[in-house]
Design a protein around this ligand. Structure first.
Ligand SMILES: Nc1nc2c(ncn2[C@@H]2O[C@H](COP(=O)(O)OP(=O)(O)OP(=O)(O)O)[C@@H](O)[C@H]2O)c(=O)[nH]1
Length: 395
């Protein structure tokens, strides 16, 4: 049997895990056995902890499958197929992954194993794209372009956060970058499963054009004039993301922490102290530029700070901290025990929107928070969190 493979791409916080959960529920409801490869640039897989324990999962942590973990991806796919014979596999790429690289990796692997790339689904945060489009520059903008161009299906998500005119503009932008992929506008990635299950002919067309398309991205300026006079939705601040200043495409980092591959779903080291993944630039792909045009550049300085909590903290103080995160932090998530509530919470922060959800973990999970961004002051966040812990402990 040939195993269908789906790749989920999309910038940090766009809604990939939200979609993944729906896909898994759908397949499980009809008795299929899905398996998942989850990739995080941080050293903790919080999303994986929230998935049902009966889903086979491989984790590629502390790096990005488009570069540092690329070789491991093949091995994990092979192991998943050999060990569990899943009916379908979904690869959730890290939010800073270049999908062209993943597409290449999966295509290579499928030459040797019985698997078929069914769809590369890119989930777009429409509000985020709308604001980035106004600036027309920056690494995140270019990475989003690549993610959109590589897609065989485009999901324009979080459409509840934009005005209809803004949505139409963003659809227009995405359509210009990728005229092939069917495009669906969603709230919380809700869409009919038939729409993503059918292999779309554009995938073949697209994959043949990936390198060419990607090679022109760095100089690509869209013909559409950025004449958006409407201010962003009230639900966001209008703060610009001026930190995106590098002329590079892929947002991976190479961590000093050795790549960790877990074949179980625990996903968390037993450390109880804070840890951080120092980031350094690596130019592995830069040398490849001769063969791939301008696709491979040195990678951006994506920073990750992981904080393991030793004490419960006050919920309101934590919410204030999250509300005041610097704009350089563009994604945060965590599991927390608060000193003033009975329940544990999963918190999410993506592009200046935060979300707290009560959870009852089915297995032992630590209290931990992960912060992802560029050039932010990790020490400052660490000190703030430690202060909250001290206050929580009444010190
Ligand atoms: N308002 C709104 N929020 C959404 C929507 N879809 C997802 N979210 C929220 O956005 C946050 C990020 O969603 P995820 O599905 O975790 O995003 P992701 O792409 O998997 O994030 P990373 O894995 O960190 O890259 C969560 O708090 C979601 O509940 C949507 O359509 N509208």
């Amino acid at each position: 049997m040939t195993v269908p493979i789906y790749i989920l791409s999309g910038f940090l916080g766009s809604g990939k895990t939200t979609l993944l959960q729906q896909m898994l529920e759908n397949w499980k409801a009809e008795g299929k056995m899905p398996a998942v490869v989850m990739n995080e640039i941080g050293d903790v897989n919080l999303d994986g902890m929230m998935l049902d324990g009966d889903v086979a999962m491989a984790e590629l942590l502390s790096g990005c499958i488009c570069c540092s973990n690329r070789a491991d991806l093949g091995m994990e796919l092979y192991n998943l197929i050999q060990s569990g014979e899943p009916d379908v596999i979904v690869i959730e790429a890290s939010g800073v992954a270049n999908p062209v690289e993943i597409l290449d990796a999966v295509t290579e692997i499928s030459l040797y194993h019985r698997m078929e790339l069914r769809n590369l689904i890119t989930v777009v945060d429409v509000m985020h794209l709308w604001e980035l489009y106004e600036q027309q520059q920056g690494k995140t903008y270019r990475l989003m372009q690549e993610q959109i161009r590589a897609a065989s299906i485009l999901i324009m998500n979080k459409s509840d956060l934009v005005q209809p005119q803004q949505l139409a503009q963003v659809q227009d932008i995405a359509r210009r970058w990728n005229p092939y992929a069917p495009m669906y506008s969603t709230v919380r990635c809700e869409l009919d499963r038939a729409l993503y299950e059918e292999a779309h002919p554009s995938l073949a067309a697209n994959s043949a054009e990936q390198h060419e398309a990607a090679s022109i991205l760095s100089t690509s300026t869209d013909a559409l004039t950025a004449n958006n006079t409407q201010s962003p939705s009230e639900s966001y601040t209008s703060e610009s993301h001026a930190h995106d200043t590098h002329d590079e495409h892929c947002g991976c980092h190479s961590s000093s922490v050795a790549n960790t591959t877990h074949s179980d779903s625990s996903g968390v080291s037993a450390e109880s102290t804070s840890s951080e993944a120092p980031v350094h630039e690596h130019n592995r792909h830069a040398n490849d530029d001769h063969s791939h045009g301008q696709l491979h550049h040195s990678h951006e300085h994506v920073m990750v700070y992981t904080h393991y909590f030793e004490q419960p903290i006050n919920s309101e103080a934590f919410e204030r901290l999250i509300a005041n995160l610097p704009s350089e932090v563009y994604r945060a998530k965590g599991i927390l025990t608060f000193s003033d509530t009975n329940s544990r919470f999963l918190f999410q922060y993506a592009y200046q929107q935060s979300d707290f959800m009560k959870i009852t973990p089915q297995k032992e999970v630590p209290d931990v928070a992960v912060f992802i961004g560029e050039h932010f002051d990790k020490r400052h966040i660490q000190e703030q969190l430690q202060l909250l812990e001290q206050q929580g402990a009444g010190l």
